[in-house]
Design a protein around this ligand. Structure first.
Ligand code: ZN
Length: 330
């Protein structure tokens, strides 16, 4: 009983939990007979239990931890079985097996889904970053609704009087992507931890308001941004690996409207978009619904008219959408 209490109190205020538990339980194991120990070791997978991969990509084995009540950390004894062929569609299982000193066994599996994303041509993905804002987003939603078009909103944190807009975006069938909570480059790109702390905040906010557990993300500034170099050299190359470990799918764009700076009229926004559309590719258009994006709002109906008249189809991003990616510059 004393040992259990000791465990409990250490457990709650210490990072070295494993060590403490192992220490205390070893004592228990020695106190009784080690041979009678019948408890199986536990296995904790590093990374997710389900991993989704595009055909042709790389599978990175993240391994697992194994802790036994008598033998302690026996992660090095885990036997990993199973092959993942990322060149063939299918569901692959990787098995993690651990046996402790008294032959107590535990097995855990991880599912790896390899999927081929279909080539899509003449599709337009309208993506709106940095919203939702009261001055722009409701009107964009009205236009999309009227035109029967679904789009994607890469949202950031705004005051709570915009919460209804997050809900509305979701209720009207659009995709909510995660952009950033703070959109503060100096914070998020100062370390990997900061990046994930910020991402988790916006993920939680979206989840709490809409019930949507989004894994679709867009890096502030895009994957190719140079601004992050000021804060951490090489962070973008690292982040694209890290986010993939946690099932996030990141999307950049291949058509830039320049609506977040550089344009002086709605005609410019319109031209920047339609002059770069092609029926032979996926068209992922970067737009913004931040509070001052009036040119975007004005240009949107004309962009949609042009696209519909010329045979384009609009879609919102989902987990099966082919990634449009920039190469990292940092
Ligand atoms: Zn942004």
């Amino acid at each position: 009983l004393i040992i259990l209490i000791a465990n409990y109190s250490f457990n709650n205020n210490h990072n070295n939990t494993d060590k403490v538990i192992v220490h205390a339980t070893n004592y228990l194991c020695n106190f009784y007979s080690k041979n009678n120990e019948i408890e199986s070791p536990i296995i904790i997978l590093n990374g997710s239990n389900d991993i989704y991969l595009d055909k042709g990509s790389n599978y990175i084995e993240l391994g697992a931890k194994a802790i036994d009540n008598c033998s302690g950390d026996i992660s090095n004894n885990i036997k990993t079985e199973g092959k993942v062929n990322t060149n063939k569609e299918g569901v692959y299982k990787v098995k993690y097996k651990i046996v402790d000193d008294n032959n107590n066994i535990n097995i855990t599996e991880r599912n790896i889904y390899v999927r081929e994303k279909k080539e899509e041509k003449g599709i337009i993905y309208l993506t709106f970053d940095d919203g939702p804002s009261k001055s722009i987003t409701p009107y964009i939603l009205d236009i999309l609704n009227k035109e029967d078009i679904k789009a994607t909103f890469f949202v950031i944190n705004h005051p709570s009087d915009t919460d209804y807009l997050l809900k509305k975006i979701n209720e009207e069938g659009h995709t909510i992507g995660l952009h950033s909570y703070s959109h503060n480059y100096s914070y998020i790109y100062s370390s990997i931890d900061n990046y994930f702390n910020d991402l988790n905040l916006i993920k939680e906010k979206v989840y709490n308001l809409t019930g949507v557990n989004s894994n679709i993300i867009r890096f502030p500034g895009g994957t190719s941004n140079l601004v992050s170099k000021k804060y951490t050299s090489g962070i973008m190359s690292k982040l694209i690996e890290e986010v993939s470990k946690y099932e996030y799918i990141y999307y950049d764009w291949n058509i830039e409207s320049n609506d977040s700076g550089g344009v002086n009229s709605s005609e410019e926004v319109y031209n920047n978009v339609i002059n770069n559309l092609s029926l032979d590719k996926i068209n992922m258009v970067l737009l913004h619904d931040y509070e001052n994006n009036y040119y975007t709002l004005e240009a949107l109906p004309q962009i949609i008219r042009y696209a519909k008249d010329n045979g384009y189809i609009f879609k919102n991003i989902n987990n099966d959408t082919i990634q449009i990616k920039h190469a990292p510059n940092n």
